[in-house]
Write a protein that binds this ligand. Structure first.
Ligand code: HEM
Length: 491
């Protein structure tokens, strides 16, 4: 009797959940009836059949639908299964939509075995609280304290590249990747000149790339979204092996720091690593040990692969556009003369063209080409009316090549950033660091470190490359798979 009763209750719950799901889906489809659906949609599976193939094919498809969305006026419907996501490339809608969607799309949880409730993967009140607690760690004063590290690391990179001078084409990615990982570990964990440096190596970079590749594979394989199916898949095994490598670095450093009784030594140093600031929050009871570990891992994850990938494309684009490279070099000469002194904080605002070079590279090759969010409140902007719980995907790549950038949107023209009339009226058309309340917390850090690295590299080397050979893949971060070599000569 009890069994039948429980079965009945279960049936009622399943029916109720199904009815709510069907109602919400109907509401969304009805309210977005005017938004064009992307071509080749199939019943039940929607566009899932288009997201098959390797990560290069997936990237080609994402580019294609971003360009179609531009033609549609900035909005399209993409069906991942029976429910539509709203693909956005319209700069006018982008900001209000992003600010109404502070929760991440559920697929971000696929990264939580490593990053837990850290800033990238966290949602709701936890994200809000952590963002507030972490903001002081990214203030200008703290970042200025990192300049010595940025300069030292840039000199090390120049030195590491020197055997390649005059040797023809080579892949610069491994150099950039390890160097950026060392930089973020020094600034996030305070690692310089300790034995822990041996923990920073290609094994860590590889584990990170494999981890992200697995996440993309899971996103694109709809049945792996179900935890009980995924649990038994080989991808899960691989994920756990990568997570073990990735967590070992922060866990070891965190344990060691906590064992140090003489904290005064640490806080009296010229710069303060992010970890020290987080440990202070821990002492005040604001963050638990686990939360500190997750935020440190988040900063390492978000901070090194993004900057190094952005530099990778910048060097290829400068190598393919000698006139832009010469102009950047002339500006460096104006600021530094013949001296190869370190970059000081006063130099950075003077490097206006160099900043334009970086922004233009990030416009054409945004390191994070798409972000996906869940609308956390009913939204009514312009003619778009979305119920709470809808999914939006902002194609940063698409928006940064849209009509707002004019007829030469696909050309590499850093000088456009120096002429306000050549830029879109709406500044949100550039969203490489995302936009709104949940945009990149490390933007200033990234710009400071990239500018410093470019000063050191460009004043020593002349670079050659051919960006037309580039082939990319979607791995959350936009990564090249072919055509990404450069050659260098001494200046
Ligand atoms: C060229 C370099 C960089 C680019 C292009 C970039 C881009 C982005 C983008 C697009 C987002 C939004 C992601 C989303 O909503 O899914 C983001 C978030 C974030 N970035 Fe960056 N980033 C860069 C460098 C950095 C650096 C150097 C750090 C740290 C040192 C950092 C830390 C973060 C964090 C913690 C978040 C999550 C913010 C939140 O949700 O509150 N990023 N970044």
């Amino acid at each position: 009797m009890l069994g039948i009763f429980l079965l009945l209750v279960l049936l009622i719950i399943v029916c109720a959940v199904g009815a709510v799901w069907a109602w919400e889906r109907m509401l969304l489809v009805h309210r977005t009836a005017h938004v064009p659906t992307l071509p080749e949609v199939l019943p039940v599976i929607g566009h899932a059949h288009k997201l098959r193939g390797d990560q290069t094919q997936i990237w080609e498809y994402l580019k294609e639908i971003s360009l179609i969305t531009n033609k549609n006026g900035g909005l399209s419907k993409l069906y991942l299964g029976p429910t539509p996501c709203i693909l956005v490339t319209d700069p006018e809608l982008a900001l209000p939509l992003m600010n109404a969607s502070l929760d991440k799309f559920y697929v971000y949880n696929f990264g939580s075995s490593w990053l837990g409730e850290g800033l990238i993967t966290g949602s709701g009140p936890t994200w809000k609280r952590h963002r507030k607690l972490l903001m002081p760690a990214f203030n200008q004063h703290i970042l200025n304290g990192f300049l010595d590290i940025f300069n030292h690391q840039s000199s090390m990179l120049v030195k590491a590249l020197s055997p390649q001078v005059g040797k023809g084409e080579f892949e610069h990615w491994p150099y950039l990747s390890v160097n950026a990982l060392e930089t973020i570990c020094q600034t996030a964990l305070g690692l310089p000149d300790t034995e822990d440096e041996s923990l920073i190596n290609e094994k860590y970079s590889d584990a990170m790339e494999n981890f992200l590749d697995n996440v993309v594979h899971r996103i694109m394989t709809i049945w792996l979204h179900l935890e009980f199916v995924y649990k038994w898949s080989p991808t899960k095994d691989s994920e756990m092996k990568n997570v073990a490598v990735l967590k070992s670095l922060s866990t070891k450093v965190l344990n060691k720091r906590k064992d140090q009784t003489n904290d005064a030594d640490v806080s009296d140093t010229k710069f303060k690593a992010f970890l020290e600031i987080l440990l202070e929050q821990g002492k005040s009871g604001n963050l638990s040990d686990q939360e500190i570990r997750e935020e440190v891992d988040t900063i390492i994850a978000a901070g090194h692969d993004t900057s190094s990938t952005a530099l990778l494309y910048t060097l290829i684009l400068l190598g393919s556009h000698p006139e832009a490279q010469e102009r950047a070099y002339e500006e460096i000469e104006e600021v530094f003369g013949d001296s190869d002194r370190d970059v000081q904080k006063e130099d950075l605002p003077k490097l206006i063209y160099l900043e334009a070079v970086i922004k233009e590279s990030l416009r054409l090759y945004p390191t994070v080409p798409l972000v996906a969010r869940e609308v956390d409140t009913d939204v009514n902007v312009e003619n778009l009316n979305l119920p709470k719980g809808s999914t939006i995907v902002l194609s940063i790549w698409g928006m940064q090549r849209g009509a707002a950038w004019g007829a030469a949107a696909g050309d590499y023209r850093p000088a456009r950033w120096l002429d306000p009339a050549a830029l879109p009226e709406n500044p949100n058309a550039f969203a490489a660091f995302s936009i709104g309340k949940r945009s990149c917390i490390g933007k200033t850090y990234a710009m400071m470190s990239m500018k410093t690295t470019l000063v050191h590299l460009l004043r020593r080397y002349r670079i050659r490359a051919d960006h037309t050979k580039l082939v990319c893949k979607f791995g959350f971060v936009l990564k090249p798979v072919a055509g990404h070599s450069i050659s260098i000569e001494l200046r």
